[in-house]
Design a binder for this molecule. Structure first.
Ligand code: AMP
Length: 214
């Protein structure tokens, strides 16, 4: 199964992608996570991307497309994958179509999570991440079960994402509205799009998502 999850930052794409990864045993490919690893490892791509990401803008198409093309060519993607955060522009969507066509493949579904901007700001600014294993939590909707202890690895050190600050969030929303939202009609025209109300409780969103993929 080859899926694209679309939606503004904070809509729950990453959370739902992790559920699908466990359910279907296919990799969850987050371009944001790949770029953050490159920044941490101080690679050439990471150095190019760091300042762009910290101000909430989009990394150039050709950089992200290169990373994705390489990742999709790996063995573990042969049975399918969940793309989270890619494509983010029409140019990236066209590049993905070409990568798929070259491999004789096609997307099965594109799911967009819809949600209001007020709710997004509340969610993003409440988000925190385990320093050890990168599990994502939220002060409002998904705190750790035991105070300050990671549910996944037992770690007790957490951090905020550099780009989850209120000022940067506005920039990321604008990038979504201007550059990514045109992908909704793009995939609608191809008959691939399903929209799900992402403001519902996580379990309800998961249930609807699994329903559309059944
Ligand atoms: P995310 O974790 O998906 O919110 O992505 C974090 C940041 O990484 C974004 O704000 C962008 O700066 C960058 N990024 C991630 N995916 C892409 C993409 N497909 N195209 C351009 N920039 C991206």
């Amino acid at each position: 199964m080859r899926l694209v999850l679309l939606g503004p930052p904070g809509c729950g794409k990453g959370t739902q992608a992790a559920v699908l990864r466990d359910r279907f045993g296919i990799p969850h490919l987050s371009t944001g996570a790949m770029l953050r690893s490159a920044v941490e490892a101080d690679t050439e791509i990471g150095r190019r991307a760091a300042s762009i990401m910290s101000r909430g803008a989009l990394v150039p198409d050709e950089v992200v497309q290169g990373i994705v093309a390489l990742r999709l060519s790996l063995e573990d993607c042969a049975r399918g994958y969940i793309l989270d955060g890619f494509p983010r522009t029409v140019a990236q969507a066209n590049a993905l179509q070409q990568m798929l066509a070259r491999a004789g493949q096609a997307l099965d579904r594109v799911v967009e999570f819809t949600i209001s901007e007020d709710e997004l700001v509340r969610r993003i600014t409440g988000r925190y991440v385990c320093t050890n294993c990168d599990a994502v939590y939220n002060e409002h909707s998904k705190p750790t079960q035991r105070k300050n202890i990671c549910d996944v690895c037992g770690g007790s050190s957490f951090r905020r994402r550099e780009d989850d600050r209120v000022d940067t969030v506005a920039e990321r929303m604008a990038a979504y509205r201007e550059e990514t939202a045109p992908l909704v009609p793009y995939y609608e025209d191809k008959g691939l799009l399903t929209q799900i109300d992402g403001s519902q409780a996580t379990a309800k969103v998961t249930a609807e998502l699994l329903g559309t993929l059944a």
